[in-house]
Design a protein around this ligand. Structure first.
Ligand SMILES: [Zn+2]
Length: 243
């Protein structure tokens, strides 16, 4: 006799940057097991691939290309998926680095609980994605997409990664008369365009990237051993999962 099928709840999320609404289900025990194994491996490539796999199977909305969503949206989605699947509270450990005597740090291991549902992307400064690099030329930028991470894994130097990221994050270039859409241009042409910028123009593009919203959270912990009051800012997926 067939065993009963277990019902799985479904949820809806609005992604903060793209404003896309997605229906999803929590991940199941077998999926969590794979994820934990990937996290334990500490290998960025494996972790990234696992996050991609889990999000794919848990997303119920049809026709969603995860690779085209902003990286921060994917991280936000994943954190919320984890909150619904495992629990909203994640425990992390931090080492107290307060100097207690001339040469010695306290070294106490402090625990902190983070409510994953309170994490939301924040930017230092809001930068207009339409970056004017000269009297005539405007470059319209967009937030780096998740697919870029996979592209970048095989590149061995940081310059290639940076230029590839910029090229992938251009939506269009307006020259005062015409719009040149990136999707109708080759990657080589885009890279050549970026390489042709002067220092000031390049800095304006960098300014956009430096102010992309990030997922971070401030936490306050008082060390139980030395009493020092720590104010920490945690950022990035790993720091929210206490690895
Ligand atoms: Zn301490």
């Amino acid at each position: 006799m067939a065993l009963p099928k277990l019902e799985v709840p479904t949820y809806e999320i609005e992604l903060p940057l793209s404003k896309k609404k997605l229906k999803y289900r929590p991940f199941l025990v077998k999926e969590q097991k794979n994820l934990l194994m990937a996290m334990e491996s500490g290998d960025a490539d494996t972790i990234q691939q696992n996050i991609r796999d889990i999000l794919s199977v848990c997303t119920l909305t049809e026709g969603v290309d995860l690779d085209e969503l902003p990286i921060i949206d994917i991280e936000y989605y994943f954190i919320n998926l984890r909150a619904k699947s495992v629990g909203e509270i994640s425990e992390s450990k931090y080492r107290c680095n307060n100097t207690v005597s001339e040469t010695k740090e306290c070294g106490n291991i402090m625990e902190s609980k983070i409510n994953l549902t309170e994490i939301y992307p924040e930017a230092e400064e809001t930068v207009d994605p339409e970056v004017r690099i000269s009297d005539k030329i405007v470059v319209k930028m967009r937030y780096p997409q998740f697919g870029l991470i996979r592209d970048s894994i095989n590149m061995d130097n940081i310059t290639d990664v940076t230029f590839n990221m910029i090229a992938n994050s251009i939506e269009y270039i307006y020259d005062g008369e015409q719009f040149h859409y990136a999707k109708e241009t080759t990657k080589e042409e885009l890279i050549e365009f970026i390489e042709g910028m002067n220092q000031q123009q390049f800095e304006k593009i960098e300014h956009f990237f430096n102010n992309i919203p990030r997922l971070k959270k401030k936490i306050e912990i008082v060390c139980s051993k030395c009493g020092f009051n720590h104010s920490l800012e945690v950022e990035g997926l790993e720091s929210f999962f206490g690895l």
